[in-house]
Write a protein of this length. Structure first.
Ligand SMILES: Cc1ncc(C[n+]2csc(CCOP(=O)(O)OP(=O)(O)O)c2C)c(N)n1
Ligand SMILES: [Mg+2]
Length: 824
């Protein structure tokens, strides 16, 4: 417990200084002769072969992009091809000692890494396993295309499979490694340990930290390597990833069987350029990238600069660093220098560098230089090297012919109903445990013995007593408790489930939802993260796509911007970009505040609902909070789980009998009718439900308007049937939430209702949201959020004039025009 880590003023006020240890730079100094003592000749020739295959593959892509043909094969490729010509030695050297349990994550420039890692895996796997991999991968779709004219051994077939599968993916064909849904910048192949490559610069950093976390928490074999570019070293998520990866708690607070650093190498492929900007000397101040490790932790992340123009220097570094990781002393930072002769993309004119610089690096070309060394050391002769180039050319041409052929390699037909993307955007599974054969690690053997569960036993599960009398909220199970009940139950069911975020452990979660969990769970299942929203979300993505289930919390919805890329580009996309291979069992709790002013009170449901690939729910009652949390934590899709801070203490007042003690699921997408009525439908999202009900009281009592109230509960997915049924009856609908009106998801709902029920409507669906202002402080909030009077004003002005009613605030059409003109 951190409480035992006393912060002693005597210690921290003492005078002293920090000593740094020297950071090794290109210290490798072995000759081929030395290397022959630990590597066979065949292995060294294979290193050359793999560099040659990658070079040939990328030369082919360059030709296709620039000239539309390669060795007589004509093709126009409209998509990207960010080539790494010149960087092959770094990729091949890295892959040399890696096995399939070692997972690499990469960037937009990763063709070389995919091929190098896979070629290394093919070499290490036996024929039977290789055949199984190919036969099982998407039902052998890719295999069927390459095996027709296969010659030679199973390993040759596997290489054909790899080259064709990668190229077919780059060309967007359904037989590609990810069914053509990833493409050049995102392609990957998990069976060989090649994990997602990311077109967002630095995007792989925090994701790979999460992958390493998964391995650590669940004691899985292998290490994780994050391959990112030198220019990504400035990215916020990279820094957040570094901070998360080096948290002291791994080595100091986790229980003994889980203690130790993450099995992770953050490897910067340092080619000295971003697109055109130069990190060293221009856009950064580190001088030598490896220096970054020195600032991160006392181990300096075992940082080192490695010569990526010598494959054996890189292989040597990976072997040495793996020892460090296996001793629990990771993570490691590598600065692997390399250079690309190719442009950032084929259209790049290289206006930012001198031709002489490129030529100088070509003088050191590893594909040529390493071959010479091999010949010099009598490992092979020139003809062996020549044959490798010839072999690679034939291999690539063969794959290319197949990949460009639309009859042999069709694209997925996305025009038809129930097409590939419709099927893979969500995995839509319901799985109790991601590892049913393993027992969850817990500190209290049975849930019932949990002190909070025990204390909740004395509370009423409903807002009302036996006689229907309303009880004090403090005597009832509230939303906060209901969420807790679902979560703790899941922790006792799914051993892979972990929860983390800021102040999640001893504090009890930002709003005490987790109080009682700390006692029940060891550190590795519930922990405080650094204040690093991007890394919280990004690591969760990595954890989930490795096969674990993860629950994260962002204290306030307003902090979502800090995790923007991870939510809007990562967690929502990898299921589809994998071609349906990966699942993303990830639940992100986000609370919507009030009372705290402009930066702590926003409802950003619209941002999340806008992004394809996320599921978005917002319970307003304890019954729903518990049932929806169950569904979320049994599902296999990323869920943004909105909660309202206004409602944490609210008891169950709608469902008879209150919140069930046992497990139950509230299915996503089904709105709940909270009150039936005949004259007007009011649909709400989140906490606005209760203010709507107050307004309804007045509308019914004073004006005799019978209202039907629908609580959306879920936004994505959403079944409109109940709403259109209701509108058919009432012919009018008002939609309300606490989100700012402009761009609110309610407008999407209103327009859909218009489309679906235009003929049944007597008035347009009208949206009532918060004002398009900053949220003012608590004392003025009633001018901002929709209150009962605003509901009634809106009904009177736009839907159904109320006899004798005068609006409290002007919400007329001319007022709407004025506000819009002024952007308020
Ligand atoms: C977040 C983000 N910003 C900008 C870009 C555009 N972009 C693509 S590659 C690149 C340079 C990346 O340089 P580095 O990380 O060193 O990788 P390299 O291209 O050298 O392999 C930029 C700026 C992007 N894809 N993502
Ligand atoms: Mg770079």
């Amino acid at each position: 417990m951190p409480k035992c880590q006393v912060v002693n003023p005597e210690d921290v006020r003492k005078s002293s200084r920090i000593e740094f240890t020297p950071i090794p730079i290109n210290q490798y100094n072995k000759s081929i002769k030395d290397e022959l003592k630990r590597n066979s000749k065949e292995d060294l020739i294979r290193i050359q072969r793999d560099m040659v295959i990658i070079r040939t593959f990328e030369n082919m892509l360059n030709e296709i992009k620039l000239r539309g043909s390669y060795m007589g094969v004509e093709y126009t490729h409209k998509g990207p091809a960010h080539l790494s010509i010149g960087q092959e030695a770094a990729a091949v050297g890295q892959a040399y000692h890696l096995g399939i349990d070692d997972h690499i994550f990469g960037s937009h420039r990763s063709h070389g890494e995919i091929l190098a890692k896979s070629l290394s895996a093919i070499e290490k796997l036996d024929d039977k396993t290789l055949m199984q991999v190919m036969e099982n991968y998407f039902d052998g779709q890719c295999l069927k295309i390459v095996e027709k004219d296969a010659e030679g051994a199973v390993k040759d077939l596997a290489i054909d499979f790899l080259i064709y599968g990668t190229l077919a993916e780059i060309f967007g064909r359904e037989a590609g490694l990810n069914k053509g849904m990833g493409g050049s910048m995102h392609a990957f192949f998990p069976p060989f340990g090649v994990y997602p490559n990311n077109a967002i610069v630095g995007g792989s950093c925090d994701i790979s930290v999460g992958a390493a976390l998964f391995k650590k928490v669940n004691k899985k074999p292998g290490i994780v390597i994050s391959n990112i570019g030198d220019a990504s070293s400035s990215c916020g998520p990279v820094w957040e990833g570094l901070c998360f990866a080096t948290m002291d708690q791994f080595k100091k607070l986790w229980d003994e069987s889980h203690r130790g650093g993450l099995p992770l190498i953050i490897n910067f492929y340092n080619n000295f350029y971003g697109m055109g900007g130069q990190p060293k000397g221009e856009t950064m101040g580190f001088g030598i990238l490896a220096r970054l490790g020195a600032g991160i932790n006392p181990e300096q992340m075992h940082a080192e600069r490695v010569d990526g123009y010598n494959p054996l220097a890189v292989a040597d570094a990976i072997a040495r660093k793996r020892d460090i990781l296996e001793n629990g002393d990771g993570p490691v930072l590598l600065d692997t220098i390399t250079y690309r002769y190719s442009g950032h993309s084929p259209s790049d004119q290289s206006s930012y560098r001198e031709k002489s610089e490129i030529e100088a690096w070509q003088e050191h070309d590893p594909a040529v230089h390493f071959a010479k060394e091999l010949v010099k050391a009598n490992v092979c002769d020139d003809s062996t090297i020549d044959k490798l180039w010839q072999y690679a050319k034939e291999l690539v041409v063969k794959a290319c012919k197949k990949a460009v052929d639309l009859t042999l390699s069709p694209r997925a037909d996305l025009m038809k109903q129930n097409n590939l993307l419709e099927q893979i955007m969500y995995s839509n599974q319901n799985i109790d445990s991601m590892e049913p054969d393993r027992k969850p690690d817990v500190l209290i053997p049975a849930v019932e013995e949990n002190p909070r569960i025990k204390s909740l036993a004395s509370r009423s599960r409903s807002a009302f007593d036996k006689n229907g009398q309303r009880l004090k909220d403090t005597r009832c199970i509230g939303v906060r408790d209901a969420i807790f009940e679902a979560i703790i139950d899941r922790f006792y069911t799914d051993p892979t489930l972990v929860a983390y975020g800021e102040e999640n452990r001893d504090w009890g979660g930002a709003f005490a939802v987790y109080r009682g969990l700390t006692e029940a769970l060891p550190y590795h299942r519930l922990f405080n993260s650094p204040i690093a929203e991007a890394a919280i979300a990004g690591t969760a993505v990595g954890y989930a796509l490795e096969g674990g289930r993860v629950l994260i919390e962002l204290m306030y919805c307003d902090f979502l911007g800090r995790a923007g890329d991870e939510v809007f580009n990562q967690m929502c996309k990898w299921q589809s970009m994998s071609g349906g291979l990966l699942k993303m069992p990830l639940v992100m709790r986000v609370s919507v505040g009030s009372k705290y002013g402009a930066q702590h009170s926003q409802d950003w449901t619209a941002l999340c609902t806008h992004i394809p690939g996320l599921k978005v729910v917002f319970p307003a009652t304890p019954y729903d909070a518990k049932g929806l949390m169950y569904s979320a934590l049994k599902g296999t899709d990323p869920v943004i789980f909105f909660e309202s801070q206004r409602l944490y203490g609210y008891p169950e007042e709608f469902v008879q009998g209150g919140v069930p003690k046992d497990a139950y699921e509230v299915p996503f997408g089904e709105p709940a009718i909270r009150k039936e009525g005949t004259d007007l439908t009011i649909l709400t999202i989140g906490a606005a439900l209760y203010r709507a009900l107050d307004a309804v009281k007045e509308l019914e009592e004073k004006y005799g308007i019978s209202c039907e109230v629908i609580d959306a509960r879920s936004m994505v997915p959403f079944n409109y049937d109940k709403v259109t049924e209701s509108v058919k009856k009432t012919r009018k609908i008002l939609l309300a939430s606490d989100a700012c009106e402009r761009g609110s998801f309610l407008h999407t709902m209103a327009s859909t209702i218009n489309t679906l029920a235009f003929d049944e409507l007597d008035a347009p669906p009208v949206v009532l949201g918060a004002r398009n202002w900053i949220t003012p402080s608590d004392e003025m909030e009633d001018a901002f959020f929709p209150y009962p009077a605003d509901f009634i004003d809106t009904v009177h002005e736009h839907i159904l004039p109320l006899k004798g009613y005068k609006t409290k605030r002007d919400c007329s059409c001319s007022e709407l025009i004025r506000r819009n003109r002024l952007a308020i």
